[in-house]
Design a protein around this ligand. Structure first.
Ligand code: ADP
Ligand code: ASP
Ligand code: MG
Length: 406
């Protein structure tokens, strides 16, 4: 007997027939004698709609109330699946985040899980019941509902697997594994049998939304065996595991893109000590994450242009924070551009091989694509380019690094 966590994303629970399909998958695991906890997302499109309604109510709204609204989608699916399982003669009950409880910090809108008390759930599972848990949500200090950031059900699942000391955490989705790049954009993308935690973490953090970044962080920390597989076809998926489990390592294992970026350029910022702190301090206080940064060489020694990227969803807030501080910062103008995409190449091979960045720059140049900002880490190179070149850049890089499926 194994204890397993099965997570199903939005498309997999997109309508009643699909939820019945999930119930049959759960039934198989129960019939095999396993103890099962299921984590669900909201039906696809539902969370987007809820987010949109909050924006329509007020563009800059209270994040606690935002969480109250956007967490509701998952309550619907867990109740429906529990009903479906009961209908098949399987004991099951639904659990909202607060009922478990899954405790989070107070960062509403992108809260982190602090702890999960599994006592009651384990007792229920031991009595033969399937636990059907609402993903994406928890309870923050002050007994307020919190959500874990978009795509957060992956993190709920991995965190629950760690807390339950589960043997496996199976992430069922609408593709049959992790690919060398998004298979919906590059038809020649190749499915990976295995990928290291580290590479998956880097790919997720630069936009491969097949797994939420924090879920991979959590899996790596607690050594949770995560498998990504399809809810619709029976085929082996991709195992996310330690580096020593992978025999053949690629130089570059994947390419990701993120359209969730926006670029801000501050024109003629004073070129003196303390300016960067004065700009990025208030942004950090407003919980705006800044990603890529470039500062141009100052021509006159007095002022310079500073360009950086923030999440597209944070653009309005970032702009307001900077404009509110304009008098103390002393810049001439602010230019915002949401028409950008970040494309990143990831691979552990970069640690030991030179020339990988050069290949990226050459490939993009050959396609006539201008690079606006560059950033690198030990196993990743990212570039910011105009959004309209997303597909072209991904396909060209995929071919250039020899990743195309035969
Ligand atoms: P779910 O609703 O099941 O959580 P998501 O939409 O969050 O599903 O994630 C699955 C999607 O991730 C796929 O449909 C695919 O378009 C996208 N994706 C992006 N990069 C990759 C990749 N490298 N491998 C597989 N899927 C990817
Ligand atoms: N329903 C949430 C979202 O759309 C969480 C998830 O699907 O993982 O972001
Ligand atoms: Mg997802």
């Amino acid at each position: 007997m194994a204890r397993i966590v099965m997570k199903f994303g939005g498309t997999s629970v997109g309508d009643i027939d699909r939820i019945k399909n999930v119930a049959r998958r759960v039934q198989r695991e129960v019939a095999a004698g396993n103890e099962v906890a299921v984590v669900l997302s909201a039906m696809s499109g539902v969370t987007n709609q809820l987010v949109e309604w909050c924006k329509q109510m007020a563009p800059l709204h209270d994040q606690k109330e935002y969480d109250t609204v956007v967490a509701t989608g998952e309550q619907v699916t867990v109740g429906l699946l529990a009903i479906g399982l009961q209908e098949m003669g399987i004991k099951a009950r639904s659990w909202c985040g607060w009922q478990v409880p899954i405790r989070t910090d107070a960062t509403h809108g992108k809260a982190r899980i602090d702890s999960i008390d599994t006592t009651e759930m384990l007792a229920d599972m031991a009595a033969g019941s399937v636990a059907v848990v609402a993903g994406f949500q928890g309870i923050a200090p002050g007994n307020r509902i919190a959500t874990l950031g978009r795509g957060g059900s992956d993190t709920s699942a991995v965190a629950l697997a760690a807390a339950l000391k589960a043997d496996r955490c199976d992430i069922y989705t609408d593709v049959d594994g992790v690919y060398t790049t998004d298979p919906r954009i590059v038809a020649k993308a190749r499915k990976l049998d295995k990928i290291t935690y580290e590479e998956m973490l880097e790919l997720a953090s630069v936009g491969a939304k097949v797994l939420q970044t924090r879920s991979v962080e959590m899996a790596m920390k607690h050594h949770v065996r995560v498998q990504v597989l399809s809810s619709f076809v029976d085929a082996p998926g991709t195992l996310v595991c330690d580096e020593d489990e992978i025999v053949e390592k690629e130089l570059v294992s994947g390419i990701a893109y993120s359209r969730d970026e926006a670029k801000i350029t501050l024109v003629r910022v004073a070129d003196r000590p303390g300016v960067a702190a004065a700009i990025f301090g208030p942004l950090a206080e407003a919980a705006v994450n800044v990603d890529m940064i470039v500062q141009n060489v100052s021509e006159d020694g007095k002022s310079t242009d500073l360009t950086f990227t923030v999440g597209r969803a944070d653009l309005d807030r970032a702009r307001k924070v900077i404009e509110d501080n304009k008098s103390s910062l002393g810049f001439e103008g602010l230019v915002a551009d949401a028409n950008v995409v970040k494309v990143s190449v990831v691979g552990v091979g970069m640690r030991s091989h030179a020339g990988i960045a050069q290949k990226m720059f050459q490939t993009l140049a050959a396609e006539g694509i201008n690079i606006q900002v560059i950033s690198t880490s030990e196993i990743k190179i990212s570039v910011l380019i105009e959004e309209k070149y997303t597909e072209l850049a991904l396909r060209a890089l995929h071919t250039a690094y020899g990743l195309d499926a035969a």
